[in-house]
Design a binder for this molecule. Structure first.
Ligand code: UDP
Length: 315
């Protein structure tokens, strides 16, 4: 019998966001083909899905030609190193997955007549001069700085996605994902939430970079996945911000983590990394209006759940 299930290919499906999205997509009744080369993804994130007959894992580097037999209804391109530490370690892979990987996945969407979604990032705004950042802000990016490999790869990825939409009429979507946190983040991922939780649970000093006055907004993974799913089903072709609009300084996040973990840890100040954005906050009016979406989980609740998960991992 031919399956009536819609078939989705998701690249980066073994990563933090990708694996949570795989969970949702399988629950919603899709057949999911998860592709990952596991340089920053992890099989532990998807192990529970491997016994599901509607879930398939393929280890493949999407910067190489993607050969898939049969129908594909959606191609979701989520593969990329995404933490500053990871893309500093893998700058060339980051550039290649954003450029060649996006080209290959778009080519696949074209031949399969599939819908396409690109996971882009708030990093396309660089160190923003407009605050909060609406989608029509063009950004302030240092192309040759240490973050350039990620920022410019994603900017290229957005440009080629729009070109395929305009020229080949591919049904595309672009999501600009702001800081997201939750279960399955890697301990050594280098991002601020896992760093602070790990340091707190180990009673180590919390490393605040710079004076800690830089700001970020933290969206819990379940909220993000809800937004991703709504966008996937929509026909919005212009880029769309998804993230929490609640802004915190990094120092506030450090104190909140100390408070929630009851740690004896103190704060130590370390140099601010090059080109670290001073402020970041999404303008989510468009997502509110078009997707009727806004984040529900408060930072305190989401952090609590994440801390619990880290504890369950034996940290
Ligand atoms: N940061 C920090 N201490 C850490 C890790 C990160 O103070 O141990 C800061 C970092 O300088 C940045 C913010 O936290 O200003 C968020 O960093 P993250 O790596 O999570 O992602 P970014 O938003 O910079 O991409």
């Amino acid at each position: 019998m031919v399956s009536k299930k819609q078939i989705i290919l998701i690249t980066g499906g073994a990563g933090f966001i990708g694996s949570h999205f795989c969970d949702r997509l399988t629950k919603e009744g899709f057949k999911v083909i998860c592709m990952d080369n596991l340089i920053t993804g992890n099989m532990d994130n998807i192990r529970h899905l491997l016994k599901n007959p509607w879930f398939e894992f393929i280890k493949h580097n999407v910067t190489k030609y993607i050969k898939l037999v049969g129908r594909i209804d959606y191609v979701l391109h989520f593969a990329s190193p995404a933490s500053p530490v990871d893309y500093l370690n893998f700058p060339i892979q980051t550039l290649k997955v954003g450029s060649l990987g996006t080209h290959n996945t778009l080519g696949l969407a074209k031949v399969k007549k599939a819908k396409f979604m690109l996971a882009s990032t708030s990093e396309v705004y660089g160190d923003p001069l407009i605050h909060p950042q609406p989608e029509n802000y063009w950004g302030n990016v240092n192309s040759v700085g240490v973050r350039g490999c990620y920022d410019e790869a994603k900017r290229f990825a957005e440009a080629i996605t729009m070109a395929y939409h305009r020229v080949h009429k591919i049904d595309t979507r672009i999501v600009r994902i702001f800081n997201t946190y939750g279960t399955r983040m890697r301990l050594n991922d280098g991002r601020v939430v896992p760093n602070f939780i790990y340091q707190s649970l180990k009673n180590l000093p919390l490393t605040v970079y710079g004076k800690g006055n830089q700001t970020r907004c933290f969206c819990f993974i379940s909220d993000l996945v809800e937004g991703l799913f709504r966008l996937m089903l929509s026909d919005i072709h212009e880029p769309l911000n998804l993230g929490s609009p609640n802004e915190f300084t990094i120092k506030e996040l450090a104190y909140l983590t100390i408070n929630l973990t009851n740690t004896k840890s103190k704060i130590v100040y370390k140099p601010l990394p090059q080109d670290d954005p001073k402020q970041r906050q999404p303008n989510i009016s468009k997502a509110k209006k078009l997707l009727h979406w806004h984040p529900q989980v408060k930072l305190r609740e989401g952090l609590d759940a994440t801390i619990q998960w880290f504890k369950n991992q034996g940290i």
